[in-house]
Ligand binder design. Sequence first.
Ligand SMILES: [Mg+2]
Length: 125
Amino acid sequence: MKSALVVDDNEVNRILVSRFLSKLGWQVANAEDGDQALAWMADNSADLVLLDISMPTISGDEVCRRARAQRLDKGARLVAYTAHAMPEEREHFLSCGFDAILVKPVSRQAVASLLVDLGLAEGEG
Ligand SMILES: [Mg+2]
C-alpha cells in the first residue's frame, strides 16, 4: 500500500485531500505544521508528502528545503500544495526541492492526475 503524509494547518484542506488519497487506496498520515511534519518524516517514510506552503512557524517551502538537506525525504516525492502557482512561484518551489505543485482548490481528478504524473499510480487507458 502506498503511503502519504498530508501537511496543512487548515483542517478542512487536510481532511479533503486525505479523503481523496484514502479512496484511491492510500494509507494517509496528517501533520498540522512544519515541526510535526519534520518529526514525522524523521521517524517514518512515505511515498508522497503534500506540503501546504502557508503555515505558522515553518513554511512548507522551508520544510521541503530542510527535509531534502537532512535527507528526511527518504525517496518521497515532495509536492507543494498551495493556492499560489504563478510562474515565478513555480520556479521558487522547484528550486526548494519540490517535485511538483498541486494547486488548491484540489479535485479528486487533480490528485489522481498528480499521482500518475509522479509515477505513483497507473494512468487510465
Ligand atoms: Mg496554510
